[in-house]
Ligand binder design. Sequence first.
Ligand SMILES: C[S@@+](CC[C@H](N)C(=O)[O-])C[C@H]1O[C@@H](n2cnc3c(N)ncnc32)[C@H](O)[C@@H]1O
Length: 401
Amino acid sequence: MTSAAGGDEIAEFYDRHPYPPPIDDLADLERAGSPERRRFDHHRIWPARPVQDSHDILIAGCGTSQAARWALRYPRARVIGIDVSRTSIEQTRRLAERHDLGNLQLVRLPIEEVDELGRSFDQVVCTGVLHHLADPEAGLRALRRVLAAGGALDAMVYARYGRTGVGMIQEYSRMLGIRPEAAEIDDLVASLRELPLGHPLSHLLRTTRDFTDDDALADALLNPRERAYTVPEVFALLGSAGLRFGRWRLQAPYLPQCGALSVLPHGRRIAGLPIADQYAALELFRGTMVRHGFIAFRDDEPAVDVRFDDDRWRAYVPVRSTTAVAVEDRLPPGAAAALLNRAHTSTDLVFFVTSEQKRAFDLVDGHRSIAEISDDGAFFELLWRHDLIVVDASRGTSAGP
Ligand SMILES: C[S@@+](CC[C@H](N)C(=O)[O-])C[C@H]1O[C@@H](n2cnc3c(N)ncnc32)[C@H](O)[C@@H]1O
């Protein structure tokens, strides 16, 4: 890699504080259950395309284990992991050897210079990285250049409002001249334990795994460079790089049809706004989103949307989320179950269903079409909005390319 990128303070930081905290072995879980998960993940991105698992995947800013996980999960795919940090690449290489991952190639290379690979990719995964770049737009444009026709970007950037407390403690740490070293981190942890309950950081300390380990804590609070994005800023970032927003990885928190607002007058009012404004309003209402995970596509290609406002939903095959669960106790009158997705962090995103709806949900097996299960397209639209299903539209006749 070039000396310019090698001298970057971010590379140095991640050499000393690799993220995620290094592990020796990828859990067996990564292999178990993968066919269902692969199918769900595939149709979340490409509803109308038959499942592919031998595609080209780039893990941009792979950290210590992400590229190895993907290579293990997609044994037939060709996976390339790039990162500026030598430690991250070395840790990933150890995992590749441990699990005999012949389909994984690792290159120490900055995202900004990804063209040097001379390759294009069906899927570019870039989570927790763009917000650390000196010029995120330039980095994203570089990723856009290596996105194959029909390819998808699967990205995550920090969200601004929910990270207010992080910004405050970052500034506090800068004022005190705290360095990302073990003794300094111990002192910081001791102070954080005494943060008053209402402090904007306290909900994060309680709920995220980013504060459970010293390197993760350094990553979150002592990172030399990071920014965070509001929903409109995510859209502006994508636009500047020639990309089109596809969907949120988990969409329910951004939708007025889900959660607490769905039964209030404001739910309907927000639903009347342009779609990007709906997402922005939900971010303001929720106030605690700490990251935005989204799928984006090249803006020179037509959108392939999941739609329930015409008849094509009948041919969709619903595929259940592997993290969807049905709870059957402590229910309100008339409800036969509470459907929820364990990956959601907002506790209001519960979908109460009647016994008839519960029966329909139980019939979702990844084979039957919606029409074969039920006539109630609106119910399946709500299941989809609540991240309880994605749809396989590849068997339909008119779902698009
Ligand atoms: C917070 S970690 C995220 C790791 C991984 N994507 C994940 O989600 O587990 C950020 C990673 O991005 C890498 N990174 C930062 N700037 C980069 C750049 N310009 N090009 C490539 N990698 C970069 C860092 O070295 C670090 O390993």
